[in-house]
Design a protein. Structure first.
Length: 655
């Protein structure tokens, strides 16, 4: 890190002034569209939402397989040995392994361009980019990582060593595109039931390219490093991708939940434009690379099978700046979030990996106003006696290794502090903002609910439990408008000058009869179907589920009967998990300090004292919703220490 700071200081005095002039000149020349986006609203788009890794990676695999001219990929993390398609009975073929797919297409003459985030500047982090670049070697594969040392010298910005390229974009033949929160990397492939275990043998034909009949037997889905759990064991050696990192007999995996969207139409050219802007802006000091030109290139006529929206309006929004794309500062994702939240009529649904917002301070602060805007909208509903509700689903725990008690859990504690401060414990939390504006504390649940996801599974002869890690970045307003992409609710993603991000706004034009708060209300086909699917998944009401199904109806999310029932389900599930697993489920709203935590950890669950009673209790679990413990360690967690300017930025909002 010190190396970066020294280089930056030397370059800053000679470059910063010229950079500022260039910035403002480019800003004058740049035409802006709605929300300040580089891209206009596009009509008549065909779109399809994709929930969880299986659906996303399978659709991307088809696009890669069908590509005949060009493939463009931007990813935060890309592990080339990921299996893109996996039969329900396990992985039975190398044909759909990403590295072999890309090399096969390159050999067929398809030009492949890949932009990755260079992880070399993040102390303690290894995203495997060097191994990826060494694996995908072919004359038709042009792969680069960014930023570089030259980026810091060129722009003179000390933060470059801290920010990342976080968007996940794939375009095939400039005809079909994918945007979302799912990296093509280990741990992200998953199915709607989110199993915790995969202790099955490898398929005997795995070494071949063609699949074979398995005779009905069950084989392994998550191969090698793909079977992972960061809470048990952190980053692994990416140079040994097919070797197990966890003990499958005794250690369970951490399932991910995520969302993406695929689309065709004019907006695909906007995704191409974003790629070209970033690719062509790579510093000349990098290895020679061909510049990309704009325009159609022909190729396969890609279509979307079973679209969930046709003829819809879409718009790409993003976070970029000079360092990330040599473009004027753009935070159109942030502007869209504020506008859509403020204009919501009945209901807002949010899934996000982080919830860090609106925390004023002198040196350590959070600048984005997402929570402030939510508080204003809820306050307006309260004063006008409106039935209005916001539901947020986020991880129960940030995905960082380490202990609550010592510095090994520094990032874990810092991000938890900001999440909890944003919702309830901070002076400027959503709860305190609402109470200050006249909403009684006991009435806040009428307007706002926040949940996490948890499930249990069987590992050999024992029962285990784990959180479902919410990695999705989704905003759905009134079942009519959706925003899907890579942007977290934190300053890194929202402010534009930090991480680069990409989202797609989908506005429904195909309306269907629906209800909001029991009254007639037209809902959009795309947004309504996505939101209903997400609730059915989290309530285990999808066809593939084999667990207890609730009779709750998900079609009217603004109805008090719905969100009250959901609160009851989450509370009951939480109590059952505490009763069955005891102190093994650390996260608990009654644990406020380290003394409480130590005592709670000693409490045995039924799983240790009465297995039959534990099994009986688990039969009453309904879905995966649980209470998000925003009061956990409220008397212990503190703001990040002022260790250094680097420490401040990393700890406030980690992507």
């Amino acid at each position: 890190m010190a190396y970066w700071v020294i280089l930056t200081s030397i370059a800053a005095s000679s470059v910063l002034a010229l950079g500022a002039l260039f910035y403002f000149w480019r800003g004058d020349k740049k035409s802006k569209h709605r929300y300040g986006s580089f891209a206009p609203v596009r009509e008549q788009a065909v779109v399809k939402w994709l929930v969880d890794g299986k659906d996303h990676m399978s659709a991307i695999a088809d696009a890669i397989e069908n590509a005949s001219k060009e493939i463009l990929i931007i990813d935060h993390i890309l592990n080339p040995h990921i299996f893109m398609k996996r039969p329900d009975n396990g992985v039975d073929s190398n044909y759909w392994r990403l590295d072999l797919m890309l090399l096969r297409k390159a050999e067929a003459g398809v030009k492949i361009y890949i932009l990755l985030f260079d992880d070399a500047k993040l102390v303690g982090f290894n995203l495997g980019v060097s191994f990826t670049m060494k694996t995908l070697v072919h004359k038709n594969i042009h792969i680069h990582s960014h930023p570089t040392v030259l980026t810091a010298i060129t722009h003179g910005l000390p933060g470059i060593g801290l920010w990342s390229h976080h968007e996940k974009v794939l375009v095939a033949d400039r005809a079909i595109a994918f945007v979302g929160g799912i990296d093509l990397c280990f741990g992200r492939w998953g199915i709607h039931s989110h199993p915790l275990t995969d202790n099955y043998p490898l398929h005997p034909s795995l070494g071949s390219e063609q699949s074979s009949d398995n005779g009905g037997l069950r084989y392994r889905r998550w191969i090698g490093r793909d079977y992972r759990n960061s809470f048990i064991r952190g980053f692994s050696d990416y140079t040994r991708p097919l070797e197990d990192h966890l003990e499958r007999d005794t250690e369970h995996r951490l399932p991910y939940h995520d969302v993406s969207v695929t689309f065709t139409g004019q907006a695909v050219q906007d995704a191409v434009e974003h790629f070209i802007q970033r690719y062509n802006s790579l510093e000349k000091g990098l290895a020679s690379h061909p510049k990309l030109s704009r325009g159609a290139i022909g190729g396969h006529d890609h279509t979307i099978t079973d679209p969930t929206g046709a003829g819809v309006k879409v718009q790409l929004v993003r976070s970029v700046s000079q360092w990330s794309a040599r473009q004027p500062l753009e935070h159109s994702i942030y502007d869209a979030y504020l506008s859509l939240i403020s204009s919501a009529k009945h209901f807002i649904y949010i899934e996000n990996q982080f919830f860090i917002s609106s925390q004023p301070g002198l040196l350590i602060k959070v600048n984005n106003n997402v929570i402030e805007t939510l508080a204003e909208r809820i306050t307006r509903a309260h004063k006008n006696n409106e039935n209005f509700h916001v539901i947020v689903v986020m991880p129960l725990k940030p995905e960082f290794a380490g202990n609550w008690e010592d510095d090994s859990g520094y990032d874990l504690k810092a991000v938890s502090y900001w999440n909890y401060s944003t919702v309830q414990t901070g002076k400027n939390s959503l709860y305190n903002r609402l109470m200050a504006s006249g909403v009684p504390k006991e009435k806040i649940p009428q307007y706002f609910s926040i949940y996490g996801l948890r499930k249990y599974d069987r590992l050999g002869d024992k029962v285990v439990t784990e959180t479902i890690y919410v990695h999705s970045k989704v905003l759905i307003v009134d079942d009519r408008v959706s925003v899907i992409g890579s942007a977290n609710i934190n300053d890194r993603s929202m402010m534009g000058k930090r991480d680069s991000e990409m989202c797609l706004i989908i506005e429904d034009t195909q309306m269907e009869p629906g209800t909001m708060n029991g009254g007639e209300f037209e809902v959009g086909k795309f947004s309504h179907s996505l939101r209903c699917h997400l609730f059915r998944e989290h309530l285990t009401l999808l066809d593939e589920e084999k667990y207890f199904a609730s009779d709750i109806k998900v079609e009217d999310p603004a109805s008090p009967s719905f969100f009250t029932k959901l609160q009851e389900i989450a509370s009951a599930n939480t109590d059952i998990y505490k009763k069955v697993f005891g102190g093994k489920v650390e996260l608990n709203n009654d644990v406020h300090n380290l003394e409480d935590l130590a005592q709670w950890r000693q409490v045995p669950g039924l799983i240790e004292t009465d297995v039959a009673a534990a099994e009986k209790e688990l039969e009453n679990i309904v879905g995966n919703f649980v209470v998000n413990p925003t009061l956990f360690l409220k008397d212990y967690l503190k703001p990040p220490k002022l260790r250094s300017i680097i420490g401040i930025y990393q700890d406030i909002d980690v992507s």
